[in-house]
Design a protein around this ligand. Structure first.
Ligand code: ZN
Ligand code: ZN
Length: 364
């Protein structure tokens, strides 16, 4: 992925905010911006120059990763911690520099005060997080690859949704399947929650075996080159009853309507409203106890966060989840989640595993 475009987008944004530079310290933001994945990396970006600050452990790695990112001619590298101030001030002088107020620790801010001669250290929030929302083709390709791995891994597990298999055994085998199929890692700790546990949106897999009549919520994702997919399916072990079907159908209808509402230019809040209205009409408003979705990318929860408090507008190129759920204590829960690309025409799903309470492998 060519990072020169990202540097250019950041510089445009800095100009709009009348900032001369930005001090980027959050590792995932550094990775997104310049491709450096080391644990110690900070980037100072001004209109006319940029420097990556790291230490001797990462000399070789930074050179390789900056080369891969196409940035070797666009970025200086400062190795070591002794004369950071000299490099900073040679680049910046007394021009203004933004820092990430929602990220920087008090100690890291004190470092800035010690190093920067500029009298103008300006608190900012979410500049990089906002730029990260819209995915470029390389990012989309990685997320689609990851989502495809997760689809295939789930398909290989459907015959294990039977009485006696424990949540933990199921989740370990699902994880292993994703890694076998080429995932670098898991997006997050897989959720496999059966029976009453499925009523907890963020249950951890336990040693409880599945039994007939269990709803099983499976929320998981594969990670490829740092980009993690996210999908939830809910199944029933054995024959679903009317109550299972009614709960499932209400959530599935809300999820489908939410996805159908996704389009470039739509208010983020609207997706939440569509899902919440349908579930409320089905008598499940109180049972829908979380937000409706979020962006995915280098982090599993990125902006935008879709909830009743969202204030943004969906834009083409965002990749977001739509994941309403309903949870009935003691009985069980249902959540259905897809990840979709926002386009001018609507939503293009990147998760394709078949839905329905009774597991089917669906089309290949
Ligand atoms: Zn999820
Ligand atoms: Zn999610």
């Amino acid at each position: 992925m060519d990072r020169t475009v990202r540097l250019a987008r950041l510089r445009e944004e800095l100009a709009t905010q009348s900032l001369d530079a930005l001090w980027v310290t959050r590792p995932v933001d550094v990775r997104w911006l310049v491709g450096f994945t080391g644990s110690n990396g900070r980037v100072l970006v001004a209109a006319d120059a940029a420097t990556l600050f790291t230490d001797g452990r990462y000399e070789e790695q930074s050179e390789r990763e900056l080369t891969d990112a196409g940035l070797l001619d666009h970025l200086d590298v400062h190795i070591g911690v002794t004369d950071v101030g000299d490099s900073v001030n040679a680049l910046l002088g007394d021009r203004s520099v933004g820092f990430e107020a929602d990220v920087l620790t008090v100690a890291a801010h004190q470092d800035m005060v010690d190093w920067f001669a500029s009298p103008n250290l300006v608190p900012t929030e979410g500049i990089i997080a906002t730029l990260r929302q819209v995915k470029d083709p390389g990012e989309r390709q990685r997320l689609e690859h990851a989502a495809g791995i997760a689809d295939d891994a789930l398909a290989s597990m459907l015959d294990r949704l039977v009485p006696g298999v424990t949540e933990r055994a199921f989740s370990l085998d699902l994880d292993r399947s994703m890694l076998d199929l080429g995932a670098d890692a898991l997006s997050f700790e897989t959720i496999v929650a059966g029976g009453p546990n499925s009523a907890l949106p963020h249950a951890q897999p336990s040693d409880r075996p599945f039994s007939d009549g269990d709803l099983v919520v499976i929320d998981f994702g594969a990670s490829v080159d740092g980009y993690g997919s996210d999908m939830t399916r809910t199944f029933c072990v054995g024959e679903p009853t009317q109550r299972h079907n009614d709960l499932y159908d209400a959530v599935a209808a809300a999820q489908q309507a939410g996805v159908a509402a996704v389009r470039d230019g739509v208010e983020e809040r609207e997706i939440d409203t569509v899902c919440r209205t349908l579930l409320t009409e089905a008598g499940l408003g109180e049972a829908f106890i979380h937000g409706t979705g979020h962006g995915i990318g280098l982090e599993i929860h990125e902006q935008p966060i879709l909830s009743s408090r969202s204030v943004g507008i969906l834009r083409a190129g965002l990749i977001i989840t739509v994941e309403p759920g309903a949870y009935l204590r003691g009985f069980g829960g249902v959540r259905v989640e897809d990840s979709v690309v926002v386009t001018a025409a609507g939503a293009e799903p990147i998760t394709h595993a078949p839905k329905g309470l009774v597991p089917t492998s669906g089309e290949a």
